[in-house]
Structure formats: C-alpha cells, structure tokens
Design a protein around this ligand. Sequence first.
Ligand code: WT7
Length: 567
Amino acid sequence: MSNFGLYEERIRDFKWSIAEKELEYSNGNILNIGWYCSDRICLKGKAEKIALYYEGFGGIKKTFTFNDIRIAGNTIGSFLRNLGIKDEDRVCLFMDRIPELYLSFLGVLKIGAIVQPLFSAFGEESLFVRLENAQTRAIITQSRHLSKVRMIRDRLPHLEFIIVVDHVVTKKLENKEIAFSLSDSPPVGNLEIFPTKAESPSVLHYTSGTTGQPKGVKHVHYSLISQYLTTKWVLDLQENDIYWCTADPGWVTGTSYGIIGPWSLGITQCVLDAGFSAHAWYRFIDDYQITVWYSAPTAIRSLMKAGDEVVAQYNLKSIRHLASVGEPLNSEAVLWSIKMFDKPFHDTFWQTETGCIMITNFPGMKVKPGSMGKTFPGITGTLLDPVTYEPIKETGKVGLIAFQPGWPSMMRSYWNNEEKYREKFKNGWYLSGDRSSIDAEGYFWFIGRDDDVINTGGHLVSPFEVESALLEHPAVAESAVVAKPDEINMEVVKAFITLKPGFNANPDLELEIMNFIRKKLSPLAMPQAVEFMDKLPKTRSGKIMRRLLHAKEWGEEIGDISTLEND
Ligand code: WT7
C-alpha cells in the first residue's frame, strides 16, 4: 500500500475517538494534560526514559527523565498551591527556554490553573497588556526579566506573586517577589492532581489582530486529543525518535508541539535555548542525532543563506522527517531540503486559535512544493466567498480558508471578548482570516492574510499595537505601520511617521524610535525601517489608509482611492 493510500485510509476510518482510545480517556473522566504528559508516561513503564535534553547559553546541559519531569511538575504545582493558587487562576510563564519553563507548564496544569506563556523578549508594554487582560495572579520569571515586571507590577492589581526561579541571595527581592528554586525544594513525589475535565481551561495564548489589543485564545484540556493525534500522524513521532521543535513556548507551536504533543506520546525531545546560527543548529542535530525536526520557513531560509558547505560539515543522517509551520514555505526551501537532507520539509498550516495542525503534507503523501497540503483527517476545510461567505465550488478560485467547527483543540473563546470571538464565525464556518486556492487534488495554495497583521518570521505583529506604542514617543505625531517585504523574514515591520513641530527627521531619531519599540514591545515588533513623511494618506473621514502604504511597499496596484482625502 502506498503512503498516499494511508492518508486516504486515515480519512475513511477517521474518528477523534481513535485518540481517546489510545489515551484511555472516556467521556466524563478526569482529563489533565499535566498528568498525561508525565505521570501517565511513567505508569506506562517509561519513567526512566529521557523526556528532555536541554542545552542553554554557554553550552549548559541538563537531562530529565519522564520521572524527573513528573516530580518537578509536582514540586512546582505544590509550591503554587501552597501560595493559594487555585484552579482557573492565570499563571504566566515569562522565561527563556530554560527547563523551568517546560516543567512549570506541567505544574500549573496539574493544579488546574491556567497557564499563560509569554515570549520572554517581550518588553514591559507587551507584557502589561496581556497580564492586565488576563487578570493574571502569578508570574514565574527569571532574574534577567525581573526589571520589566517591576516596571508594571504596581499597575497590575491582580498580580499577587512574582516568582523568581533563579534568584541569587545577594540581590534584594521586593514587593510581591518570591524566590523559588527547583533544585533547593524538597521533591514532591506525589501530588494530588486537580480533577480537570475535558472542558476545563488549560492554556491561554495571546495573539495579535489588526485592531484592538491582543486577544487571549482560551484552550481546554480536551485539546490534548487532537494535539496527540496530529503529533503522532503528521510529525510521525515513533517510540525511538529524538525530536526537536525549534519554537519557543511563548507561541502556540512551542506548547502544542513543543510540550503537549511529544510528551503525551512519551517521546524524547531536545531544547536548544541559544540564538540562531546555522553551525549551532546543525551541530545540535548532529550531537543529539535528532530524527524529527519541526521548524519554520524563516529559519530554513536563514540556513539556506548560510550556505550548503556548512551542512556538509555535520553528520545529519539521523534526520528522518522534516516539518515546517508559521508562514508560507516557498518551493525553493522545499527543493533545497530535498537536495540537502534527501527529504522535503512538510508544510503544515494552523493557528493559535486552532490549537492543532489543520492543513498538512501528510507523511508519504505527494509533496507539491509551495502547497500547504490537504486537510488533516477529521478536519473539514473549504474556501468561502469573501462577500457571501458561501463555499466556493470552482477549483482554483481564491477564497477565505474556513473550517467546520468542532475539532478538539479549537479555541473555546477569546478571553473576555465574546464579540471578537463571534466575528470568527460565518454561516457556521470558522474563518481563519487567510486566503488560499485549492487545486483539483484538494491541495491548498496559500495566498495571504485577509487583514493587515504582519507575519514576520512566523510571528504575528499587530500594526495597531506598534502604532499605539509609537504615539507614546515624544517626537511622533502620527504613524502608520505596514509590512515590508524581506528576503529572510518574508515580512518585516515598517513605520511611516509624521513628526510633532520642533522635531526634525534624521538618522539618530530613526534609530531612537526603532529602539523605543524594541524595548517597549519586542524585537519582533521593532520597525526595520522608518520613513518620515510630511503627511500620511487619509480617507476623507480621517482614517489612515494603510492599504495605500502597503501597496507602495510591495509595488502593487493601489486600487480604489476614491475615498482618499485631497489637499
Ligand atoms: C497565522 C497563524 C500555529 C503556528 C504558528 C503561527 C500564518 C501559519 C502557515 C503556513 C502560510 C501560515 C497564517 C495563520 N501561517 N502557518 N504553513 N503557510 N501561512 O500561529 O501566530 O496564530 O499565526 O500564521 O496567516 O493565520 P499564529
């Protein structure tokens, strides 16, 4: 039987209960992701199997077995519970990719609290809006990020505990701050797991839209069902695999496929918490003999740029399966990987909101370079007409990617934002906000997003968030932020700015503004280019026409400008 047949067969016999059965879960029972990712694996006789190979800055190495992560999760959970953290309280993880990040993830879930992972490179403003929105009760962080938390804690009445996992006694802790060290805490062998059910909230990830502040995407413990099965089938993880997901758990890939998927399957995974370099990445694969590698197009393009001779310096024969997510995977990148590793990168498409892979190049299925593949078995996907929101019947016509709601890891709400949540549904379909075409064989060909959100290196940046932050700079009168094309990151942030009287456009001011955003929001949100203008294009009603500036950057037709204000 060919593998294409396998995909067909999976579709024909598909039921989500396949995963329920394998996980020995039945409806109405207790379902806790923290327990499934550690305790259950130990009960299955894999207590001494390696769960995590960690390598940090400066080459620090640590190894954890499934029993180690089980106990560490218990110890952190118990510590939080003793502070009074209870089910459904929000606990933010604000750490680099150190082991405590992964272990706290389990600990928070084990006591039934909601885990809110945030990217550690976020500046104080990005952090503030997300903690305020979620009314977060505790934040677990590291000394090096403490200064950012200190800048905002007094504006966060709900934030009661700031837990520092690497505190050194010589530094003074302040208001709300508590030191916690995993290595100095008595290990908790047995913890009473909070009896979460399928619909109990689990993970709260923040994602950016075009308008308004970032939205908290609420997931529930039942998400495990589709995260487990997609990891098993799409990433093709098998018992002896050594798996590497390059994503940071501040983003959904780093939790769905960097924690929950692999560990619920009892798979050994590797984490490299160091900056990107082609040598470091290939060396890491070589050292750990990584077999399955899940990464992103920007990283792949950076590796391509580093040159083929670098690949030749390492033994990468261990690689068995490759997958990619987050932004369009161009056909050149797929062809390059076939040349270098004798295997294609398998593109996968999904979102923070979907919680699991929705469109995929199923292992063994014919890969069409440049296409995202076909819907995962059990997922019904279509294209909707952008005006009528009716499914498009004609092959090859571009429409809005939409899915039939009801898969296990679909978001259950946007935190405290019922209105935005409702906007995601039309005629009973969930709208992804992306445009695509579908060919005669059911393969999706990505076209672009249906909004102004900037996807830089696989990370979504809201133009609204950057514009709002820019206005806080003393020199800025008005701003408009759009995507600018970029060879490696596909898109980067560009800001158009008008200045207040008394300020002059010059390179120093440009740099100062870039750094202002880098510190306040994040390096991702930092404009890579600033263009000073005398006035911004606006509609007659005074709305800035981002569309026009976007078209200019991309050398596209400007389209209808009848509403443009005249001098
Ligand atoms: C948006 C979701 C969940 C993965 C990390 C991103 C874009 C995602 C692809 C792909 C083209 C892609 C879409 C989507 N995107 N995967 N394979 N090809 N675009 O999660 O931050 O919620 O972003 O990323 O625009 O809507 P996210």
